[in-house]
Design a protein around this ligand. Structure first.
Ligand SMILES: Cc1ncc(COP(=O)(O)O)c(C=O)c1O
Length: 453
């Protein structure tokens, strides 16, 4: 029998089967304990098997689990919508609920187009994205993604729009301070809009901190301030994809908060339910929401069977209610402890950069840290690091292809916000030991092994 839910691009019949999980731990069928250092895929923010979430889940399923939102309202969805309006920066005010991050981005793209159309800007249809991005697996979201291993087979089916360089300061060649480089990089957007013709551009979509493709790479906050100015100048919707970064992961409720910038559409998923229900949302500004108000002449013809179902929205409402200033303080403190525990890797000949915000930390591995030359992809460095860490009881999120779609290895670390100080230490020690073992270079070594890996 073939099953398709295995990790990576191939099938892996040897993947551990998880039978139970609690806090930051996964327990296999054989009773082995694995630290979930990536919260699944940066999903399980509050940890596994949180009792009050289970209770809320049971209570709501006893009240009503499903109604069609085409014809009925439901209280949990209304409450979650209000909660999100309170948590997100103004003027974000209304949520469109869907079942996954990909669907949230699909909705966002269509909302941007429908918004311009409703205002008489019929030619605004192009969505600009970035290289090195990931916005989802469905065709619209994949069209906007710069992840060749995922896009290549489907190129004939994709609507590939214009794209600008990745927000990847480690590999930028712009001159000046980090702030000046960030502004120069953001101005690529201005050039792209001008080239396309502003009257044809509907939106720009970006991950404020790049997740699976670039391992927590992020620009100086000036980048997003400049993006905001450019989008305003050209009447282009800025869609911030916070499917991975939303709900405290980076130490602020949303990653755009680090720059003090509000997008026109904010997409969220993963942490919205902390893994307890498949739900995501496109949260839109007041201006966009009012365009599609019940008493306006325009409707937004879009939706899925499970959109805004009471069970998922009740769970998400409960989980989102748990994200407060104390949680943010925990994320900052534990993120900084993780960063400190990883610091022996600074100066390692095969560690190009350790980067990230809060509990979203990435490590880029290179053949030579001085030249930034990546490892030969044939060496499958990130995959081997993943395997080594897993064999030592720590699950990390590996990534490759950040340089040119094939070369470029990184590990992404994003443990649950409740991870204990001991587990943080164990995660760092295991990752360091794996890097030493896979590269053949110990952390104290200043010289590169003759034939690393
Ligand atoms: C930034 C970002 N956007 C969108 C998605 C797609 O979300 P989903 O897998 O829930 O469809 C992901 C998934 O990893 C993501 O990281």
């Amino acid at each position: 029998m073939t099953t398709f839910y295995k990790w990576g691009s191939g099938t892996n019949p040897d993947a551990p089967r998880i039978e139970h999980a609690h806090d930051e731990f996964l327990i296999t069928a054989e009773g082995e304990r694995i630290i979930d250092a990536a919260s699944g895929a940066l999903v399980v923010n509050l940890g596994h098997s949180v009792p009050d979430v289970s209770e809320r889940m049971r209570d709501q399923s006893e009240d009503v689990a499903y109604v069609s939102t085409s014809y009925f309202r439901n209280e949990p969805a209304d409450r979650l919508s209000e909660r999100l309006a309170d948590l997100t920066p103004d003027p974000l005010s209304a949520s469109f609920f869907v079942g996954s991050g990909s669907e949230a981005n699909e909705a966002a793209i269509k909302l941007a187009r429908a918004y311009h159309l409703a205002r008489g800007n019929e030619r605004k249809e192009t969505v600009i994205c970035r290289h090195g991005s990931y916005h989802g697996a469905t065709l619209g979201a994949l069209s906007l993604s710069g992840k060749p291993t995922r896009t290549a087979p489907f190129v004939p089916l994709l609507d590939r729009g214009p794209r600008i360089p990745a927000a990847y300061p480690y590999r930028w060649s712009y001159e000046g301070t980090p702030e000046e480089q960030a502004i120069a990089a953001a101005r690529e957007l201005d050039r792209a809009i001008t080239r396309e013709g502003p009257e044809t551009v509907a939106a720009f979509i970006a991950e404020p901190v790049s997740g699976s493709t670039l391992g927590a790479a992020h620009p100086h906050p000036a980048y997003y301030r400049e993006v905001r100015r450019i989008c305003d100048r050209h009447d282009v919707c800025f869609i911030a994809d916070e499917v991975m970064t939303g709900f405290g992961r980076t130490g602020e409720f949303f990653a755009v908060d680090h720059a003090g910038v509000t997008p026109d559409i904010l997409t969220v998923g993963k942490g919205i339910s902390g893994g307890y229900a498949p739900i995501a949302a496109a949260i839109v500004s007041k201006d966009i929401a009012e365009t599609f108000d019940a008493d306006s002449d325009h409707s937004f013809a879009h939706g899925h069977t499970f959109s805004a179902n009471p069970l998922s929205t009740a769970i998400a409402d409960h989980v989102v209610g748990r994200y407060d200033e104390d949680v943010l303080a925990d994320v900052r403190e534990r993120g900084s402890a993780l960063r400190t525990a990883l610091s022996p890797l600074e100066g390692h000949p095969n560690v190009g950069e350790i980067r990230g915000l809060g509990l979203m930390q990435g490590i880029e591995l290179v053949a030579n840290a001085e030249t930034k030359h990546p490892f030969d992809p044939e060496k499958t460095v990130s995959k081997r690091l993943f395997e080594r860490c897993l064999s030592e009881g720590v699950y990390v999120y590996p990534g490759s292809g950040s340089v040119d779609g094939r070369a470029g290895d990184h590990l992404l670390l994003g443990p649950p916000f409740i991870t204990s100080p001991d587990s943080i230490e164990t995660i760092a020690e295991t990752v360091i030991e794996a890097i030493e073992s896979v590269t053949g270079n110990p952390v104290s070594s200043g010289s590169v092994a003759d034939n690393p890996v």
